[in-house]
Design a protein around this ligand. Structure first.
Ligand SMILES: Cc1ncc(COP(=O)(O)O)c(C=O)c1O
Length: 407
């Protein structure tokens, strides 16, 4: 090892031709989804792209830019660091921090970088007032009301009183008033009326603001489910996450608009084995071959974010064929039964989630989530940074080296 040949950094390895596993991000799909969603909205309703949690695992900056190209005019993040990441990338559009910032230093950075904090109490409002009045600038904030989620927000019955109090703080600009729906994705047959009740509470606050001549700023309530469920929930803005990434929040909402998945999980076959019938595969031998079997070892595992709960319950796509995964998923590798796919070779790229490069068959995070008892949001956010995110057109080793290979 010499100074002339430094040890490569992980991001350089990510660009190496023969990587083991990665996530392809189709930013064009994000733009198309934003356009599709925008068309669902009336003219006075804006689209906020929710890009928290690193853009639901897709890469926050890339998806923010793609969503803006499709008509999103503001962004929602969960933390101060996520907001600052957008600003560092030169994104200037309004950013709402959806989480609660409690420390003066966090709020000072919000003021400095024009990130709007969400206020649930007068405590944070007074901190903002103090910081902003010393700076000679007004600080844009948004008020959150709890209408039935019992998470962040002030009690909705306090809404008009808080708006009045905020309007007395001369260094604060109330840029918005919002609430969050707890079960807008409920299917009609299991809907307990909570969304209607939350909307009724929100409307009660808005009516009282109107009667008192108070201005709550931009009014918003809907997440993806609310947006797809009913235009009556749209108000001045909708905050869309999951649908932007190409997934409906519930099966009964999947036909409302056509969405394109933006994330495609790929991995390479690293070894092929021919084993006789009666061979136990992987830890615990929970799968035993019942015929002479060709096994493919694939370089991806639960440490990359493939849930171990999916062991024996998932497939991989290759040339349009679904290849069953067998045996326990291990930390870094999993096995496929490829007996019926003789053309698959070492180095082949299989698609575990999303679509192959050519072909319409999709393995969705919803399928995964149903099989392992969680929700598609958690699946998308679960891919670790051990997996490089590659943007469309940035597929090293794919076009040249794998020409003729499936996907
Ligand atoms: C306050 C708030 N608004 C909007 C969203 C976006 O939700 P979805 O991904 O269901 O569109 C979230 C996500 O959890 C949220 O916490």
């Amino acid at each position: 090892m010499t100074a002339a040949s430094p040890v490569p950094r992980p991001e350089e390895l990510a660009r190496a031709a023969r990587q083991r596993a990665w996530v392809d991000i189709d930013t064009g799909a994000v733009t198309a989804n934003a356009q599709t969603l925008r068309r669902q909205l009336g003219e006075r309703t804006a689209l906020m792209a929710v890009v928290k949690a690193d853009g639901y695992g897709h890469g926050a900056v890339a998806v923010a830019k793609a969503a803006a190209a499709g008509g999103a005019s503001s962004f929602g993040v969960a933390t101060l660091a996520e907001g600052l990441e957008l600003r560092r990338a030169g994104i200037e559009a309004p950013v709402l921090v959806l989480g609660n910032l409690t420390q003066p230093e966090e709020l000072r950075l919000c003021l400095r970088w024009r990130l709007m904090p969400t206020l649930s109490t007068m405590r944070e409002a007074l901190l903002c007032q103090n910081l902003a009045s010393g700076s000679g600038r007004r600080m844009a904030v948004q008020l959150k009301l709890d209408t039935g989620m019992a998470r962040l927000g002030a009690d909705w019955q306090e809404g008009a009183r808080l708006v009045t109090a905020l309007q007395d703080l001369d260094a604060i600009e109330l840029a918005g008033t919002y609430s969050h729906l707890a079960s807008a994705d409920a299917a009609p047959e299991s809907d307990d009326g909570l969304t209607a009740e939350q909307q009724r509470r929100f409307d009660t606050v808005l009516r009282s603001l109107g009667e008192q001549g108070l201005n709550g700023g931009c009014l918003h309530l809907a997440n993806s489910a609310g947006t797809l469920r009913s235009p009556g929930l749209h108000y001045d803005l909708v905050r869309v996450g999951l649908a932007l990434y190409g997934h409906a929040p519930a099966n009964h909402l999947s036909a409302v608009v056509p969405l394109q998945p933006a994330m495609h999980l790929r991995a390479r076959v690293t070894l092929l084995r021919n084993v006789p019938a009666g061979v136990g595969v992987s830890y615990g031998h929970r799968f035993v071959t019942d015929r002479p079997t060709r096994l493919a070892v694939v370089g991806i595992g639960y440490a990359d974010g493939v849930p171990r709960l999916l062991s024996g319950q998932m497939e991989a796509l290759f040339n349009g064929q679904k290849l069953p995964q067998v045996g326990a998923i291990t930390m870094d590798q999993l096995m496929l039964d490829v007996t019926d796919c003789p053309e698959l070779d070492v180095g082949a790229v299989v698609t575990l989630l999303g679509r192959e490069r050519q072909g319409d068959t999709e393995i969705s995070p919803t399928i995964w989530s149903q099989r392992c008892g969680t929700i598609p949001w958690e699946i998308l956010c679960g891919f670790k940074h051990r997996l490089p995110r590659l943007r469309e057109g940035e597929r090293p080793g794919w076009d040249a080296e794998d020409a003729g290979e499936a996907c």
